[in-house]
Design a protein around this ligand. Sequence first.
Ligand SMILES: [Zn+2]
Length: 241
Amino acid sequence: MKVTYIEHSGFLVETEDACFLFDYYKGELPWMEPEKDIVVFVSHKHGDHFNSEIFRLLEEYPHVKYILSHEVPVKWFIAQEAEKGRDVEPYLCKVRKKQDYEFSLYNGKTLKVHTLKSTDLGVAYLLDYEGETIYHAGDLNLWLWAGETKQANENMKKAFYTSMEELRGKDIHVAFVPLDPRQEGDAFGGMEAYLELTNTKIVFPMHCWGQYNIIREFLKAHPYYGDVIQMIEREGQEFIV
Ligand SMILES: [Zn+2]
């Protein structure tokens, strides 16, 4: 599989016959082979995870499908396209937390998607495609903040570990997991828990706000994850995994 880092939590995962685009909000979209299925995922509607530009892919590529957390606004898009005489609803699939879905792709294969409850808004995605397991956390993270009340941080821990239980012991090939420098002293907690709970081969830290040095700092503190954690250094960087 080829993974291209776009920006922030935006990644493109390419297999032999399908492209999975996650949480695009800005940056240059990599070129994709038009004969491949393109499945576009949006974990939630926040501005750093969703940009309506993604809907333009429908004009450029023949085999596009959108998997969107239920709160992502699309009514305006459906109405706008209806005015032009085009029904886009069949391309849009809205999903809810803690559900299992099966999508038939244009290539005849099945994509299985499980959704987890985020600790922010929306969902995290666990994909099973042709025996490959891919996880994109969205904003599911251990959002502890020094300025928060003890109670709020306790509630966060409870919510986070409840969601993470679903991933315990799971074999995952590629995962995208938040590592947010704004959390300062608490920034590593979510990633540490993810790595301990799951059996993941390759992990891409995300939601770094362009401060990739935090990945180096994480690796310095956890050198034994050196083969797992991928060092992102720039937008557009490609990885073969
Ligand atoms: Zn975010």
